[in-house]
Ligand binder design. Structure first.
Ligand code: ADP
Ligand code: MG
Length: 585
């Protein structure tokens, strides 16, 4: 096939435009993205070769090479990993399959239209993680040459990032992928961020990619030239001798490349050895996030079934947290060998936002997702991870309230799913959630704090469910509770409707809806005289409303409203009814 020119998919084009004009403060991160892709490609090749003995590849020397060329103003990141076929290049590089793309783009447009700073849009891009496209922050042309493992023919992809790219055959491409950036002139001006300067590039690799377990090679930095020989000797030299000297120098000028990263798997190092910054960079590598993690979690087990885990709670929810195809963020390694991303056997769905690595010593490299799901040891690891994550958040609640608040704002809704999905950990989950409450208009409350404020005589935890805080605050159901000074939880997530029925209690206190049944607010009983006074009215109301209500009764619930609709304890709430109706049930 000859050269084809192909348009970028619309969303890809928009993201590229953003990249080309990005004023992201730390453009260095493009290198982390490219090395990260190479590292993934090497992981994939090792696994493929292990599983498919017929695959004709040499996996003895898997590595990444970074080459700078100051004269040509280029930087190349190359690997001898899995490579891509022509179709894959078009699919993976020419389109963006990432969920959340259109949301990010919409938010970016919004940010721009409302006049927010470039920094705000840079942050959005950072949260999204644009991977390969970040090359266009520093390059005005990118050339990717790749050959898929086992294929005989390579592909060349080239683009300036403006609308379209070309793909053509590259018969002699070595196996693996090389990405060459033709650097923008302005990015070679600042010495520390001159990406054609080998020293600057080394420093960036050390900072962002030191933990990559594959060797990252670079040509050694040329030592300073030896002092010039005395002038007399030099003058004696004939032309022929000079030529000979130059030749030997050329031979010496192809020195062994050096490995520039320390290659240590962070999770295998003792905790005291690893710096905060190293954890952060590793987090960015596994999460594709550009921000810092909220919390780092380490755990390990020794003995019959050994494993190490390094987990992170991100500082913000990913775009796709509530989408059906949301991925789980934990990778499985076996004895330092990458096995799979998105390992659902290791974390329950309600903790899908947790990122990181679990490295187990005693599994087969051949293990499949199906087998993992049934593996008893994996189940034990999973149980322990869950408990550890929940207890870590509980510690945040006590020691770092600001982080705890962030956790709940970002992930509370997802964690609530665990109240239904994970009955074993229900109490632990209830302990770390917060809920909007009438106690404070701004700050949500933990259940423990709610209980500590319960006055003498209150035995239940009162709540009301509905669509919004403001609607609930206006509800006539609130009147008597407000008058009596009882605190009520204001539950507005759709899932609240469901878990409140499934969860029996917290700290031996039942959950009681203030919109259902008869709640004893400790008032006097309706006396006989009052009952007689209202007898006729009640009879008439009951007869008139017979098709719509079960009963009309007198109550202490209201202080200013004349009447309120109350459900039976077993009834669906209005919101749930609406949900079921919307689902066609
Ligand atoms: P992500 O890494 O988050 O998937 P990227 O934009 O960084 O997103 O890369 C897109 C895809 O292109 C990768 O998922 C991978 O399939 C492919 N890819 C990128 N770089 C390489 C490489 N060096 N070798 C093989 N495939 C690559
Ligand atoms: Mg990537």
């Amino acid at each position: 096939m000859t050269t084809e020119t192909i348009e970028f998919q619309a969303e890809a084009r928009q993201l590229l435009q953003l990249m080309i004009h990005a004023i992201y403060s730390s453009k260095d991160v493009f290198l982390r993205e490219l090395i990260s892709n190479s590292s993934d490609a090497l992981d994939k090749l090792r696994l493929a070769a292990f599983r498919d003995k017929d695959l004709d590849v040499d996996t003895d020397d898997l590595h990444i090479t970074v080459t700078t060329d100051p004269a040509a103003s280029t930087l190349t990141v190359a690997d001898n990993g899995i490579g891509m076929s022509r179709e894959e290049v078009v699919d993976l590089i020419g389109t963006i399959a990432k969920s959340g793309t259109s949301q990010v783009l919409a938010k970016l447009r919004e940010a721009r239209e409302s006049g927010q700073s470039e920094q705000a849009s840079a942050e959005l891009i950072g949260q999204f993680g644009v991977g390969f496209y970040s090359s266009f922050m520093v390059a005005d042309k990118v050339t990717l040459i790749t050959r898929k493992a086992g294929a005989h023919q390579g592909v060349r992809w080239e683009s300036t990032g403006e609308g379209s790219y070309t793909v053509s055959d590259e018969p002699d491409a070595p196996q693996g992928t090389s990405v060459t950036l033709h650097l923008k002139p302005e990015d070679t001006e600042d010495e520390l961020h001159d990406y054609a300067n080998p020293l600057a590039v080394r420093t960036i690799i050390k900072r962002y990619s030191d933990f990559i377990t594959w060797p990252i090679r670079m040509a050694p930095i040329t030592p300073p030239a030896p002092p010039a020989p005395p002038a007399a000797e030099a003058a004696e030299g004939a032309d022929a001798e000079t030529d000979a000297d130059t030749e030997t120098e050329v031979v010496e000028a192809v020195p062994e490349p050096e490995v520039v990263n320390s290659r240590k798997a962070l999770w295998a190092r003792s905790q005291s050895e690893v710096t905060e910054e190293e954890y952060t960079e590793f987090y960015r590598h596994v999460s594709h996030d550009w921000q810092e993690p909220l919390q780092t979690i380490r755990l390990s087990a020794e003995g019959t079934f050994e494993y190490q885990a390094l987990l992170f709670i991100p500082g913000h929810a990913p775009m796709d947290l509530y989408w059906r195809d949301a991925k789980r963020g934990v990778q499985l390694y076996v004895k330092r060998v990458f096995i799979m991303d998105d390992c659902e056997a290791l974390v329950p769905e309600y903790l899908r936002f947790v990122k990181g690595v679990v490295d187990a010593n005693d599994l087969s490299l051949n293990i499949s997702r199906e087998i993992l799901q049934q593996d008893r040891q994996i189940r034990l690891i999973r149980n322990r991870l869950v408990k550890k994550v929940l207890s870590t958040v509980k510690t945040l609640r006590e020691d770092e309230p600001a982080k705890f608040a962030t956790f709940n704002a970002e992930f509370g809704r997802a964690v609530k799913e665990g109240l239904l999905a994970d009955p074993d950990n229900r109490q632990a989950i209830l302990e770390i959630l917060t809920f909007a409450s009438t106690h404070d208009a701004e700050q949500p409350s933990t259940l423990a704090d709610y209980v500590s404020r319960m006055p003498e005589g209150q035995s239940d935890i009162y709540y009301i469910t509905g669509e919004s805080r403001s609607a609930l605050e206006k509800s006539p159901h609130m009147e008597a509770f407000r008058a009596k000074g009882y605190e009520v939880l204001l539950l507005t997530d759709p899932i609240d409707e469901i878990w409140v029925d499934a969860v029996s209690d917290f700290d031996s206190k039942s959950f009681a809806s203030i919109a259902k049944g008869e709640i004893d607010l400790g008032g006097e009983d309706v006396d006989d005289d009052t009952a007689k006074d209202f007898g006729d009215l009640l009879g008439w109301l009951t007869a008139t409303l017979i098709d719509d209500v079960k009963q009309v009764r007198l109550s202490h619930r209201l202080t200013t409203s004349a009447a309120v609709l109350v459900g039976d304890p077993g009834d669906l709430t209005p919101t749930l009814e609406k949900m079921y109706r919307a689902m066609g049930q």
